[in-house]
Ligand binder design. Structure first.
Ligand SMILES: *[C@@H]1O[C@H](CO)[C@@H](O)[C@H](O)[C@H]1NC(C)=O
Ligand SMILES: *[C@@H]1O[C@H](CO)[C@@H](O)[C@H](O)[C@H]1NC(C)=O
Ligand SMILES: *[C@@H]1O[C@H](CO)[C@@H](O)[C@H](O)[C@H]1NC(C)=O
Length: 192
């Protein structure tokens, strides 16, 4: 009898311990406060990046493809409703042959009935030095005919976690007949 009790006690203790381990593994805590240090976040930094984006349509495959349009896009003076997807190189100098530091990938949509105003949703994926694998996400309005356009940085990854800031872009070169272009970017980003 005592032996059976001993065995049962053993089993109960084992089950209790097991339950505690399971509970620790499958925490039901939805939220908790963390210190920024626990994520390795120290002082906030301001970084300036400078590069060129190349939008080449005359290459195969092209860097930009129109993927959608409305029945009225062709007759709209601003191409309203046209949606394009792009994936083009970022270089350190204005020439396409200069060192590649990343790529821009995303979507643009003609979103203004009256002026050339594009919705830009672009990820900048960096491949150089300590930025390799880190990204910045930009979401904004690009008035392509303006000399300088400003768009907000809405976030980032890798070294750019918790990023915010803005980009300034201008057209360095644009070939109206082919649609090929090179655009200069000045990026101002706060991150840790
Ligand atoms: C718009 O123009 C393009 C190029 O000329 C053509 O391929 C497309 O079919 C046109 N779309 C409509 C909806 O008319
Ligand atoms: C960037 O990272 C990728 C993947 O880890 C690696 O293959 C590549 O060599 C790296 N490039 C540079 C320039 O460090
Ligand atoms: C502009 O594009 C057209 C058509 O592809 C090409 O013939 C011309 O050489 C280009 N101009 C420049 C300055 O690159």
């Amino acid at each position: 009898m005592a032996q059976i009790f001993q065995n049962q006690k053993h089993t109960i203790i084992t089950i209790l311990l097991f339950t505690l381990v399971i509970q620790a593994q499958y925490s039901h805590q939805f939220s908790k406060k963390l210190s920024p240090k626990s994520l390795g976040l120290k002082k906030q930094k301001l970084t300036h990046l400078h590069f060129y984006y190349h939008d080449i349509r005359t290459t195969s495959p092209p860097h930009v493809v129109q993927v959608a349009e409305a029945a009225t896009t062709n007759t709209s003076k601003t191409g309203f409703g046209g949606v394009s997807v792009l994936d083009g190189p970022l270089t350190v100098g204005p020439e396409l042959t200069s060192k590649i530091v990343g790529r821009a990938q995303g979507m643009t949509a003609s979103a203004d009935l009256n002026d050339f105003g594009f919705l830009f949703i672009i990820n900048y994926i960096f491949t150089d030095s300590k930025y390799n694998g880190s990204t910045l996400s930009v979401l904004g309005r690009n008035q392509v005919l303006f000399p300088v356009r400003e768009m907000p940085i809405v976030g980032g990854s890798g070294v750019f976690r918790f990023a915010r800031g803005y980009v300034l872009t201008n057209t360095r070169f644009f070939n109206v007949s082919s649609g090929d272009g090179a655009f200069e970017y000045n990026v101002y980003v706060l991150h840790y």
